[in-house]
Write a protein that binds this ligand. Structure first.
Ligand code: AMP
Length: 284
């Protein structure tokens, strides 16, 4: 079992000059996290997984309170996936008394998740900065599942010259297409069935794009219709965007993505998909 370290100085001492692959998580580890950890373990001499439910990125206190926590289970899962060290600091270690420095990534954070969850990306950017500076990895692994977060982290790492190359990993899905998320556990069996409408609508849009439909408005109408047919599912946003700033586009070109957030009861789910492969030549 990988050792669990909660003190940053102790962690630095344990890592020494090792070439580290780093996977930051909030725990409640599932197959999506496992894929990141396994990849980090393949590509690096030493793999560090952090488990920290970051209070500053929760704009909704009840979401924070309900967030699943099970360190023993997570240590077992991360160790089996190839983690060498688990870094599990407590909130006072990450944010000592008097903590007053925050990282804001401009522009990119104004829309979509940034708009729906005020302060969320400020919390994410701040904790990832602290973690990258603590772990000082050679590579850090992030999931495309949280696509806007991935862009925010990339931008921040570049702008602030933070250590580590940011590596993007594909979204891991359930057999029916639902992206794995710790929030899926909060869905009732009926909501879980309905939730499949989210990936289905994105995949239907991608299929139509590949068949030659390039107008975003038509693709959005198709996706929206599928989501609206799902009982009890509320659309927060569904947008066809370019992959760097996430600005809406009218025409789909290689690399264009669809991004979405929906609500089922009090559970909020997000997903995204590339509509046309980034390296595809236009065939339509
Ligand atoms: P979290 O614990 O939710 O903060 O996620 C930790 C990391 O795992 C983030 O980089 C996420 O994007 C990534 N992740 C979460 N779910 C998935 C998934 N289904 N597939 C791939 N990566 C994921």
């Amino acid at each position: 079992m990988a050792p669990v370290i909660s003190d940053p100085d102790e962690l630095r001492e344990a890592l020494g000059a090792a070439q580290v692959g780093f996977v930051p998580t909030m725990g409640a580890l599932h197959a999506g996290h496992v894929a990141l950890i396994e990849r980090a373990a393949r590509e690096n001499a030493c793999t560090v997984v952090s488990i920290f439910v970051n209070p500053t990125q929760f704009n909704d206190p009840s979401d924070l309170a309900r967030y699943p926590r099970n360190l023993d289970h997570d240590v077992e899962v991360a160790s089996d996936a190839g983690a060498d060290v688990i870094y599990a600091p407590d909130a006072e270690t990450v944010y000592p008394p008097g903590f007053s420095t925050f990282v804001e990534v401009g522009g990119l954070t104004d829309r979509w998740e940034g708009e729906a969850r005020p302060g969320h990306f400020r919390g994410v950017a701040t904790v990832v900065t602290i973690l990258l500076n603590t772990v000082r990895p050679r590579r850090a692994y992030f999931g495309e599942k949280d696509y806007q977060q991935l862009l925010v982290v990339r931008r921040m790492q570049r702008d602030l010259r933070l250590p580590g190359e940011i590596v993007a990993c594909p979204t891991v899905r359930e057999p029916d297409g639902l992206a794995l998320s710790s929030r899926n556990a909060r869905l009732t069996p009926e909501q879980r069935q309905t939730a499949v409408a989210l990936p289905r609508s994105l995949f239907a849009m991608a299929a139509a794009a590949k068949e030659g439909e390039r107008r975003a408005a038509n693709l959005l109408a198709l996706g929206r219709q599928q989501l609206e047919e799902a009982p009890g599912l509320e659309i927060e946003y569904l947008a066809v965007v370019e992959p760097d700033e996430l600005a809406p586009v009218e025409e789909v070109t290689p690399g264009t993505r669809v991004i979405a957030a929906v609500r089922l009861g009090d559970v909020r789910l997000i997903d995204n998909l590339e509509l046309l492969p980034a390296d595809a030549r236009s065939t339509a």
